[in-house]
Design a protein around this ligand. Structure first.
Ligand SMILES: Nc1ncnc2c1ncn2[C@@H]1O[C@H](COP(=O)(O)OP(=O)(O)OP(=O)(O)O)[C@@H](O)[C@H]1O
Length: 617
């Protein structure tokens, strides 16, 4: 207890240390002396203030502080009435309250896909049509039900699907294989009636195969094409046998009539299949050439046919040798630019094509690719029997292109088109919040570290692959460098990257045994990435930073996590990028980083759509 007697009540100075010089000071002290006892002691409850009493004379309880841990507990009356003041309501709370009030009144709720509709990116497919297709697919459960050659059915399961047991066709395969084989219409059977009929040119059929990402579209078109090639081969062999017999007969007759004439020297006839494939598959990138080419090659182990993959990543000698092999060629997988430039110098390359596939048609028929792709289609049209376009999305631009150029296209669309499967979860990280404060790179690095921690906590030994998508090509290298400085093993992949490096890195993410070219003898073995400069390193995580280049078609089966560093421009990009996980029934996780300038409403609608298993608009 502090004794006030030693303090001056006005200036709080001790009476010992301060000399009382002013008369006013002395007078004031004297007046106090008269009013109060000389030794004044403070009351014990001086700090608490005067006791409050209620109307009935009882002492009122002091209200609990709003910041105390017990604030709001044991209240006997609602706080608003108790304090007599109006509670502050946040704008979000006000908005919620208004919405509830509207709902209660029965007013119509806001369109749940308004922001996506504004983008007008995807063509719509009615739910009625989807339900009808679902019903149709129910009774096509095995590959046995398809009118494919037995060797092809066997090869599909043993080679193309790596010996999977009890494998059944996927929805797009159930839908497409019978259609391309002409099983429903009987067109195929009538076409096969006789060898003589084979010379007649039938009208070109056009198909659009549209199914969700990772749903087995490649095999859906490859199996019927290989089947068509084998059957055509058989018919041609029969034709050749007939014409040979006829020639022998004519020769025998000629021999009788011209016994004294000299025999003409034999001219070595070149193989008509040399440099003239029967089927061409166009894909947008060199990586996809290798991926699709590998699937086709795997079938050729049992079913004998010749295929070649050509792209800018092979030398001109390799390309020439593959295309103009004396044994001939049946299927060519290529990028449109390369094939078009070959066709300009050697138009014969497209003179025997009966099947032309435009894979990733949404890219290959967009404004930048379409002139080249269309020129190839036009050159091949005279011999073309089937034009097959294949895509995971039907953008409005593709929809109108088809309506204008190929109005008779038969659309084979699966019930889940444009829906991101529910087995893929999408979470959102706000880069403007603490601790990132707008630092997107940091948010990305932290998200990867969090995933890494989860993995190590779960005791998983295998290396985890994470794909990070950015919108700008320049950002890939910069971000990969940043991540490496944060102790994360990261590789950038863009069109500027070295072809060989791309193939190696992608092989690590797809799990495919893509044959990477051997290093030259004088070359030092290359490191996968730079040594991280940070002391802390994240083990067992490998990150691939890329642009949309990698989001199309690459079968990243080993990837379980995708980070969308930038919010994709359209729902189409959302579908393709998130489509790198959750392939063929697997689970996956996506994380999207959003900042103040991003379309949060679009992200919210995509998340809602995914949660409900709805098709994006
Ligand atoms: N019937 C099947 N059963 C099981 N797995 C299959 C079947 N058909 C294909 N697959 C596998 O599914 C994976 C994805 O196939 P594919 O690459 O053809 O998908 P996609 O639909 O073309 O994907 P994207 O739209 O991304 O290009 C491949 O690894 C393939 O081996």
């Amino acid at each position: 207890m502090f004794r006030l007697s030693s303090l001056c009540p006005f200036c709080e100075a001790t009476s010992l240390s301060k000399s009382i010089s002013s008369s006013w000071h002395t007078r004031g002290a004297a007046t106090l002396q008269q009013r109060r006892p000389s030794r004044m002691v403070l009351s014990e409850r001086v700090a608490r203030g005067p006791p409050k009493t209620t109307e009935n004379g009882k002492t009122a309880k002091k209200p609990k502080s709003r910041n105390s841990p017990w604030a709001g507990t044991n209240l006997t009356e609602p706080p608003r009435e108790r304090y007599g003041t109006k509670r502050m309501v946040s704008p979000a709370e006000q908005k919620r309250a208004n919405r509830h009030a509207k709902e209660a009144k029965g007013t119509k709720q806001k369109d749940p896909m308004k922001a996506l509709k504004m983008q007008r990116a995807l063509a719509s497919v009615s739910y009625e049509k989807r339900a009808k297709v679902k019903q149709e697919l129910l009774d096509r459960n095995t590959f046995e039900e398809f009118d494919l050659l037995p060797s092809i059915k066997e090869s599909a399961c043993l080679q193309a699907l790596g010996g999977l047991v009890g494998v059944s066709p996927t929805p797009i395969q159930r839908l497409t294989i019978p259609a391309l084989l002409g099983m429903e219409t009987g067109r195929r059977r009538s076409r096969r009636r006789s060898a003589e009929d084979a010379t007649k040119k039938e009208e070109m059929q056009q198909f659009l195969l549209a199914a969700e990402t990772g749903s087995g579209k490649t095999l859906a078109y490859v199996l019927p094409i290989v089947d068509a090639i084998k059957r055509a081969e058989k018919v041609e062999a029969e034709q050749e046998r007939i014409s040979k017999a006829q020639k022998e007969k004519e020769k025998a007759n000629d021999a009788l009539s011209s016994v004294f004439e000299l025999e003409a020297p034999k001219v070595e006839q070149s193989n008509p299949a040399m440099g003239r494939p029967r089927a061409i598959i166009l894909v947008p990138t060199s990586e996809l050439v290798v991926q699709v080419g590998t699937v086709i090659k795997s079938l050729a182990h049992t079913v004998k046919f010749r295929s070649a993959m050509i792209s800018a990543s092979f030398t001109s000698t390799v390309i020439r040798n593959r295309l103009f092999s004396p044994n001939g060629i049946d299927i060519v997988v290529s990028t449109p630019h390369l094939l078009n430039s070959i066709a300009e110098t050697d138009p014969n390359i497209l003179s025997r094509v009966s099947h032309l596939v435009i894979d990733e048609a949404d890219s290959l028929l967009d404004r930048s690719f379409s002139p080249i792709t269309s020129s190839i289609v036009d050159r091949a049209t005279p011999s073309l029997e089937q034009l097959i376009m294949c895509s995971a999305t039907i953008p409005r631009s593709l929809d109108s292109y088809l309506q204008k150029r190929y109005p008779d296209t038969r659309r084979l669309v699966t019930p889940n088109l444009h829906a991101i499967p529910r087995r893929v979860q999408l979470s959102v990280v706000d880069v403007d919040k603490v601790p990132y404060q707008g630092n997107r790179d940091l948010a990305c690095a932290q998200t990867i570290w969090d995933i890494g921690k989860e993995v190590s906590d779960a005791g998983e030994e295998r290396e985890k692959k994470i794909v990070v998508f950015v919108n700008e090509r320049e950002k890939t290298i910069e971000l990969a460098e940043y991540l490496r400085n944060k102790g994360i093993e990261a590789t950038a992949l863009s069109r500027d990257s070295d072809e060989r490096k791309q193939a190696e890195v992608l092989a690590a993410f797809t799990g495919a045994a893509i044959p990477a070219p051997k290093p030259k003898p004088d070359e030092q073995p290359r490191r996968r990435s730079k040594e991280p400069t940070s002391k802390r390193t994240l083990p067992n995580i490998h990150v691939l930073v890329m642009t949309d280049l990698g989001s199309r078609g690459i079968d990243t089966l080993l990837v379980k996590h995708v980070i969308l560093y930038d919010v994709p421009h359209t729902s189409i990009d959302f579908i393709h990028r998130l489509g790198r996980v959750g392939r063929m029934g697997r689970r996956g996780r996506g994380v999207v980083l959003v900042g103040k300038n991003d379309r949060k409403d679009v992200v919210r609608e995509v998340r809602e759509g995914m949660f409900k298993g709805q098709a994006l608009i």
